[in-house]
Each structure stands twice: as C-alpha cells, then as structure tokens.
Design a protein around this ligand. Sequence first.
Ligand code: NAD
Length: 413
Amino acid sequence: MNVAIIGVGARGSIYAKQFHSNGYKIVALCEKNPAILHSTAKKYGVSPDKCFANDEEFFAQGKLADILVVATQDRDHYGHAKQGLNLGYHLLCEKPVSPILEQCEELNALAIEKDRYMVVCHVLRYAPYYDATKKVIDSGKIGKVTNINHVENVGYWHFSHSYVRGNWRREDETAPSILAKCCHDLDMIYYWTGKKCKRVYSIGERREFLNENAPEGAPTHCEMGCPHAKNCPYEASKIYYRPTLKTIPYMIVKKRLVCGKDGATMKEFKEALKTSPYGRCVYRCDNDVIENQVVSMVLEDGINATHTMTAQSQNCYRHTRICGTKGEIIGDDNSFCFKLHVFGERPKKIRVRMLGIGHLGGDAGVVKDFITLMETGVVTPRMSLMSTTLESHKIAFAAEESRKTGKVIELND
Ligand SMILES: NC(=O)c1ccc[n+]([C@@H]2O[C@H](COP(=O)([O-])OP(=O)(O)OC[C@H]3O[C@@H](n4cnc5c(N)ncnc54)[C@H](O)[C@@H]3O)[C@@H](O)[C@H]2O)c1
C-alpha cells in the first residue's frame, strides 16, 4: 500500500515520517508552499510528476495511492476529504474534521456509502498514558464511572503562539478553540466512558489577549523596540529563541512555520520575526477565539463530566480525575503516571512508558493502528472512525451554542 498526503506542514510531515518508517511509500504530495513541497519530495523520493502545489490539479489526477492523509487546515478538510472519498481513497484525516456539523455528517455518510475507512487523528487515544487509564476503567477496578473532571492547561506560551498569533487565532479561518484545541479531550470523555453526551452547558471568555490591554507605546511587533519587552512574558524573543523555561523546544519545531521553509538560519529566523505574524504583540493581533472555557456535560447513564480549557497556565498538559463507584483515577499526563485508588485499598501509582514526543507517543500510535486497519481490516478499539468522531465534535458544537446563548443544549441521536 502507498500513501498520498495533502498538506505537508507540521502534521503532514509527521505522518510522512511515520508511514515511511513503517515501510509505506509516499507516492504523491500536494502542498501549496513550493519550498516545503520540494524539500519533502526530495526527502521521500516522490517523483516530480506526482507533486502538486494546487489541490485542484492534485484531485484531477484521480486516485494516486491507496491512502490519502488530509493534513491541511481545519476549514479545508471537508473539501479535501470529500474529493478523496469520491476518488476511493481510505482517509487518515486531521482533526477537527470541520467546524460545521452538517459537513461532518455528510463525510460520515459518504465514507459509509463509498465503503472507505475515514479515520480521524485523535492521537491522545494512542498515548500510553491514556491507554493505561482506559484499561483501568475497562477492567472494572473503579466500578461504574460516575464523574469526570478533565482540565486542559494549554500553556501561556503555546496559547500565544497558536491561538493569538498563529493559525488558530480566528474562528472564521479555522475553528472555535473548544473544537480546535479540545476535540481530543471531549473525545477522551466519550472514549473513557463509551457513553454519548446528552446535555451540555458552557461558559467561556476572552480576558487577556485583547487590543484594549495593549500597554502604552507597544509597537505592532515585539522586535520593533517595544518598551515593555523586559517584563512581558509573551515578548517574541522569549517565546521563540531565548532560553526561557518550556519555550525553547517549541520554538525549534516552529522555525519552519515562521520562515516558511526548512533549514532557515537563526539570523533568518530572527529577521522573519520582525514582520511575521508570530512576531506580533499579543495585544495587537486580530484573534477572537476564547481563552478560557468550561463545558459541563451529562452523559448517558447520568454520568457527569466537566472539561476546562485555560490559556493561563505555565505548562502545557492535562490533568484528570475520574471517579467511579468503587474507586478513582487521579493523574496528569505530564508526569507519565497516575494514582489509582480502589476504595478501602492502598493507592497504587501506575507508571507508563515515557514517550514524550508527538502527543506523548500518540502520533506514532495512530499511524500504526491505521496500518493494522489497512492490512487486516481490524478497527482497533482505540481507533476513531468518522462515526465516532461525530459524537465528540457534537459536544463542541453544543458547547459553543450554549456559551453564546446561555442555554442548556440537549443532544439527540
Ligand atoms: N491531531 C492533532 O493533535 C493535531 C495537532 C495540531 C494540529 N492539528 C490539525 O492538523 C491540521 C494541520 O495543522 P498543522 O499544524 O500541520 O498546520 P500547518 O499550517 O503547519 O500545515 C498545513 C499545511 O497545509 C498546506 N496547505 C494549506 N492549504 C492547502 C491546499 N489547499 N493545498 C495544499 N496544501 C495546503 C499549508 O501550506 C501547510 O503546509 C489542522 O487542521 C490542525 O488543526 C492536529
């Protein structure tokens, strides 16, 4: 089997590497940035006549491979996935599938009609930490799940990078942050319990990254001599290249994003920040996505769950408490372990393999399971087909409706 990829940015290049290292051949690429298209084609030996900078030309060629990876931006997945399914590709599609419910439903129906697999990249399911929590729940050790309290700490540096300066800062260009950032978490709530959500209430706000909070005299870009540079934690040099805690690893992978090509020098990188969207003052951007949001849910069987997303945290990680009739699980995915309390017994610390790279190991896992699916037809329990993803996407859509209207939203099948 061989693979075509549309969108070879941060995510697409990860999937290219994963398929390649599992012995799958990358035979076609569609990427609108010519520098990235060229460097990726060279890396994987893709023939120039199978490289496209334009999606219309790519799809006009017909089916070029068995598998199509859709890793373009949120609002492009629908069109790319639809054309892919119509041509007969099996799809590995990035999340969120689409910020529009009807488009998600249409793709689900199309995948069924065409008898093609459409797997969505809910990578957390495949990370050893989440795998282990799921196994404990399924073992019955904590009894029946009654309550879940899940918190996504986005990290002040990550939020400023992606949701204030970067690609996911505007709902009309990508998706609301509760869908773009948290669809994995809402998916985990469904995955852990196997229960659909029936009722949703949500509140959320933007408080910090507002134009009205711009300090006096702050220029549009940090590197243009901002008088507040020393005291501002979001100042571009601190986020992208000075050795401040937690930000350096992030900067390294995003160099390509700021410069628009591979192999940029440090000088080019610093220069690019003077004009790049990523060099902007965080108080003078055109962002509109929510910074803090709480989603309260009632699932089937009356299980209660909450999910909180916050921009204002030092680190980027999730912590979770899952209560059951016979015990509870408490942990955070940053520590690669969680506590299992079975009521009346000594608590146990459950440690998992430390796979820190690529969503705690989830990026490699999703490709491995997808390959299993292609080779054996087995849909592993961890795999989220489009029909499953619909359930968690629906929660995000309902959360947005609730946040905007102040109403409780009922979800029907
Ligand atoms: N599964 C996850 O955990 C996870 C994590 C981050 C991002 N994502 C999602 O993955 C997707 C891609 O994110 P990314 O970080 O790789 O973004 P990115 O901007 O780095 O990559 C997108 C690439 O698609 C290319 N592209 C855009 N439109 C195109 C078109 N019409 N034809 C061909 N190429 C086109 C862009 O040039 C870019 O290189 C997004 O939907 C994002 O929300 C998923």
